[in-house]
Structures are given as structure tokens and as C-alpha cells.
Ligand binder design. Sequence first.
Ligand code: SF4
Length: 68
Amino acid sequence: MSSPEQAIHVILDQSICIGAGNCVRMAPGAFVFDKDRQIADVGDLSAAEFERVSLAERSCPTGAIYIE
Ligand code: SF4
């Protein structure tokens, strides 16, 4: 049986990510920060509760995160 967390699909549009880091602070592990490029990426979604991933989506200042 799959949980809602496993069913979600998250897209992070790196072309509009400004590296503010909100997502990484809200849901560490689910989002990871690339220090070299100064942008974030989707990590292991199972590392954070869905509510934290959802909060990260809402906290992104550029709307770069989409939960499907
Ligand atoms: S919150 Fe948005 S702008 Fe900030 S690092 Fe994450 S994806 Fe990039």
C-alpha cells in the first residue's frame, strides 16, 4: 500500500530558483541545496513529512516548487 507521501511528485523549476533556501529550511532532505550553483533541487521526499513539503512549496518566493 502506498502512502500519500510516496504518491506525490514534486517539481522544482531551477530556472527560476533564486537560492533563497526556504525549501531546504522547511523540509530538509526533501530539498537539497547545491552550494556550487546556489540553487535548490528535489532530494529524498521521504525525508520530510508531506506538510513540510507543502509548506516549502508555499514558502518559495518565486513559486519554483510544484506538488503534483
Ligand atoms: S525556496 Fe524556492 S527560490 Fe528558494 S531555494 Fe527553494 S526553490 Fe529556490
